[in-house]
Write a protein that binds this ligand. Structure first.
Ligand code: SF4
Length: 215
C-alpha cells in the first residue's frame, strides 16, 4: 500500500504528510478553550473543508498504524530533498511520533521540518529530543501567541500581527510578499535558524488579533 502525501503550491511543491486539524491537536486546547494561535487556524476553513482535501487526512489517521508505514514513508521520500510534517494536524499519539522519528533517521538526505505543540506534554520529551538531535531535522515548537510572544530557547516559531512587528532576533517569513508562497525560501527547514515569525494572514486570524487588541 502507498502512503498519501500532499503537495501544496505554497511550499513550492514540497511534499507533506498531514492529519485533520483540531481532531489531532490536543495541545491546541488549554483551560477548555482553543489557544489564540489555533483560534484562527487556516487548516479548518477554505479549501481545507473540501472532501478531497479532508479525505487523505482522515486516511492518514488510520494508515500510520500499519506495520509497513515507516518502510513505505521512507520509500516515498526517496527523491525528496525537503519534507514538511503537518501542514495541518499534530502528533496526537506517542506511537506516531516514534514512527516519524524512525522515518527521519532513515532519510538523512531529506531536510525535515516539523512544527508542533506536543512539547507541552512531558511524555513527548524524549522523542522530541531525539528528533532535535538529528542534523536533518528542524523541530519548531510553536508559540500559542498571535502577538509575537515566545519563550527564548523553547519556541521556534511565532505569529506576529504584521511584518512591521518583527523583532531583531526573529527571521521574518516572506511568504506574505510572494503571494503566500515560499518562493525558494527554505528557512523553516534550517535548524540553524532559531525563530521564524509568521505575519498573520486570513480573516479568522486577523479577527483573533483584533479581539486581543481590544481586550
Ligand atoms: S519562512 Fe520561508 S520556508 Fe518558512 S513558510 Fe516562510 S517562506 Fe516558507
Amino acid at each position: 500500500m502507498s502512503v498519501k502525501l500532499s503537495k501544496t503550491s505554497k511550499l513550492d511543491g514540497i511534499l507533506s504528510w498531514s492529519l485533520q486539524a483540531r481532531d489531532t491537536c490536543p495541545a491546541s486546547i488549554e483551560n477548555g478553550e482553543l489557544v489564540d494561535a489555533c483560534k484562527g487556524c487556516y487548516a479548518v476553513g477554505g479549501n481545507y473543508r473540501f472532501p478531497n482535501v479532508k479525505a487523505p487526512r482522515e486516511f492518514n489517521r488510520e494508515d500510520w498504524q500499519r506495520l509497513e508505514w515507516v518502510d513505505d514513508m521512507t520509500k516515498a521520500l526517496d527523491s525528496s530533498r525537503y519534507f514538511r510534517w503537518f501542514d495541518s494536524g499534530d502528533m496526537y499519539a506517542l506511537g506516531l511520533a516514534e514512527k516519524i522519528l524512525e522515518v527521519m533517521k532513515r532519510t538523512p538526505w531529506v531536510k525535515h521540518w516539523l512544527p508542533t505543540r506536543m512539547h507541552k506534554f512531558p511524555k513527548y520529551r524524549l522523542v522530541l529530543e531525539s528528533m532535535k538531535s538529528l542534523n536533518n531535522v528542524s523541530v519548531r515548537f510553536s508559540s500559542d501567541s498571535v502577538t509575537g510572544q515566545y519563550i527564548d530557547g523553547l519556541h521556534g516559531s511565532v505569529i506576529i500581527p504584521t511584518p512591521n512587528d518583527v523583532k531583531t532576533n526573529m527571521t521574518l517569513c516572506q511568504a506574505y510578499a510572494n503571494n503566500g508562497k515560499c518562493n525558494g525560501c527554505r528557512s523553516c527547514y534550517d535548524k540553524s535558524i532559531p525563530l521564524i515569525a509568521y505575519p498573520a494572514h486570513g480573516k479568522a486570524m486577523n479577527k483573533v488579533i483584533m479581539l486581543k487588541k481590544v481586550a
